[in-house]
Design a protein around this ligand. Structure first.
Ligand SMILES: NC(=O)c1ccc[n+]([C@@H]2O[C@H](COP(=O)([O-])OP(=O)(O)OC[C@H]3O[C@@H](n4cnc5c(N)ncnc54)[C@H](O)[C@@H]3O)[C@@H](O)[C@H]2O)c1
Length: 280
């Protein structure tokens, strides 16, 4: 169902790789809600992913960029304003990658070159994006910028590795730049802390299937999926959330405020061979 929530709005969506990507769902839904936008990802992602299919489907142009390159990002914002005929109203940063995770380097045996890359790709790229947009004055007043985060920024999650540090930095950048952007241009900057989700990036996390089951049992509303995450992004891009900024917003079915749930305890007791009726 469409509400025309983003009618007349222009945007840039970074990070759609394939039809499982959160950014892919955001693009589909933003298109349905009346927005026009450009899509950006790396040349490798375009080669191995399905970006062209999404561009066709949503009638958008692709601008290739490595989000760690200020020159590439400058080109994305300049070209987007050219293509869309003016400044943008929303930007999605849906980018994450850790070579330490990929190469199975554990947290007490990190490769520091990989760590630098993790931080640059997954967090500093957000600062670069905001700084480029700020200097180019590329976002309209009351615009909205959203990046995707994960609760490992606040609480240790086995297997999330150096991505936890990247997400903590990402959320801090949202606050620090959110202050400046709010003060100077009335532009919102937020992060959404999403449930574990079956995507290419999500599947790289150690033990992800068990984690998805665990968080689902722990969350009173169950895990939030990629479609639901996209819905939340759209609300934050819309004019319905004009005074929401500098926030890390949990989108996790309640997981972040849980200590132990009945469903998770039942499983735990089963594994210990305890009766599951001891919970009131
Ligand atoms: N999947 C989950 O469980 C989950 C949970 C919480 C938050 N997130 C976050 O959501 C965001 C999107 O991930 P996803 O789950 O949709 O997976 P995804 O693999 O579909 O998306 C990750 C994207 O990052 C892009 N990327 C990697 N390096 C890049 C670079 N140098 N420049 C530009 N783009 C680059 C990839 O090409 C890909 O499109 C990430 O920030 C991720 O950490 C994911």
């Amino acid at each position: 169902m469409s509400y025309n929530l983003l009618k007349g709005k222009k945007g840039i969506i970074f990070g759609a790789l394939d039809n499982k990507s959160i950014a892919w769902k955001v693009a589909e839904k933003a298109h349905a809600e009346g927005a026009v936008f450009t899509l950006s990802n790396t040349p490798t992602a375009q080669r191995f992913g399905m970006l062209s299919e999404l561009a066709e489907k949503t009638n958008s142009e692709i601008i290739l960029a490595d989000a760690t390159s200020v020159a590439d990002l400058t080109n994305v914002f300049n070209k987007s304003m050219e293509i869309l005929g003016g400044k943008v109203d929303f930007v999605l940063h849906s980018i994450g990658m850790s070579l330490n995770v990929r190469k199975k380097r554990v947290y007490n045996d990190l490769d520091y070159n990989f760590l630098n890359k993790t931080l640059d790709i997954s967090a500093v790229s957000f600062h670069k994006m905001l700084q480029v947009a700020f200097k180019l004055n590329a976002i309209n007043d009351w615009g909205s910028v959203v990046a995707l985060s994960y609760i490992a920024a606040q609480r240790t999650h086995y297997g999330y590795n150096d991505m936890a540090d990247a997400k903590a930095l990402l959320e801090s950048i949202a606050r620090s730049f959110g202050y400046i952007y709010g003060r100077e241009r009335k532009i919102r900057v937020n992060t959404i802390s999403q449930s574990p989700t079956r995507t290419t990036a999500g599947s790289g996390v150690k033990g992800v299937e068990g984690l998805i089951d665990f968080t689902d049992r722990m969350s009173p509303l169950g895990n939030a999926d990629a479609d639901e995450c996209a819905d939340y992004c759209l609300v934050l891009f819309s004019d319905l959330t004009k005074k929401v900024t500098m926030q890390n917003l949990y989108h996790d079915g309640g997981f972040s405020n849980m200590g132990m749930s009945q469903r998770a305890m039942t499983m735990y007791n089963k594994s210990l061979d305890l009766p599951d009726d001891i919970i009131p």
